[in-house]
Design a protein around this ligand. Structure first.
Ligand code: GUN
Length: 294
């Protein structure tokens, strides 16, 4: 049996570590870390995510502010709200939950967020700093994966890491982080995507396979080298009449058959997913303690 990389357990450990640090800060008379989230409209998944983020803030002892704006809010009003939070010295971190309504430019809104408060790590300044291996806020999912590799002591130096998917928030930063000079890192990285030829063959040469293309059970056992470490970023709902909810969650990897070949693997659910909120809390703590921009 492979090692099951338990993101649920790891994220609760990280939350406990953050909670302890917040207690220390408060005992020293320091400022309570404060995260602000802007949620536009009523998208179901976004409401769930933002709700979970606010709850996690409460759990670790952070302050949180949730700004809810109507679906019809103008871009100008939203930009004004971002500016107001930028200027508020009590707020350490700001996230604008995506997706935004079509009439609002994500680029305009993202670039309005002050890099010092960009705990999502989405601004060009933080993406650039991350690429340069400078102190940076790294986006939640890549940071969560890095933390899992570290805490499970996965060897990365000199390994062949194949990343499937080149999104701005997962595949692309993951490829940069795995290639950088450090640990986890120092891997030889191949970034594959929809135009890649012989993807299956390339995947089979991976010592570490990071799958983030958003296709249910895309990676099958025949695409995996025996002993590989497999990280599954996908999450999909499929109907399942045997479940009370009527559905179950699956990833981009066909778990049961790939688990038989892998040396370590993340499950879905309970793998990469739970790590993202822990990463966001961690970035907010870094901001409150002025550890990235000083
Ligand atoms: N929508 C889906 N994931 C994210 C995230 O990590 N941050 C923000 N702001 N929006 C999201």
């Amino acid at each position: 049996m492979p090692t099951i990389i338990d993101g649920k357990l790891t994220s609760s450990q990280i939350k406990e570590e953050i909670k302890t640090r917040v207690e220390e800060i408060k005992a020293e008379g320091g400022k309570t870390p404060h995260l602000a989230a802007i949620l536009v409209g009523y998208d179901g998944a976004s409401q769930t995510y933002v709700g979970a983020k606010v709850k996690a803030c409460e759990y670790v002892g952070f302050e949180s502010t949730l700004v809810r704006l109507e679906e019809t809010v103008t871009e100008e009003e939203l930009l004004r709200k971002v500016e107001e939070i930028n200027e508020n010295p009590d707020i350490d971190g700001l996230i604008v939950q995506l997706p935004l309504p079509k009439h609002i430019s994500v680029e305009k809104v993202t670039s309005k967020i002050r890099p010092e408060k960009d705990v999502d790590g989405f601004t060009p300044a933080n993406v650039g700093r991350m690429a340069l291996n400078w102190p940076a806020y790294v986006a939640a999912t890549p940071y969560g994966i890095i933390e899992l590799l570290k805490r499970y002591e996965i060897e990365t130096s000199g390994k062949h890491c194949v990343v499937i998917g080149r999104s701005h928030i997962v595949g692309s930063p993951m490829s940069i982080l795995m290639a950088r000079n450090g640990y986890p890192g120092n891997a030889t990285v191949t970034l594959t995507h929809s135009r890649t030829k012989n993807l299956e063959e390339i995947a089979r040469t991976a010592d570490i396979l990071i799958v983030a293309l958003g296709k249910p059970e895309f990676v099958t056992a025949d695409m995996v080298k025996p002993g590989a470490v497999v990280i599954d970023v996908g999450i999909h709902r499929v109907e399942d009449a045997s479940k009370k909810s009527g559905f179950r969650l699956i990833g981009d990897v066909k778990f049961d058959e790939v688990a038989e070949k892998a040396s370590a693997i993340t499950p879905v659910p309970g793998g990469v997913g739970p790590m993202t909120i822990a990463s966001l809390l961690y970035n907010t703590l870094l901001s409150a303690e002025k550890k990235v921009y000083s």
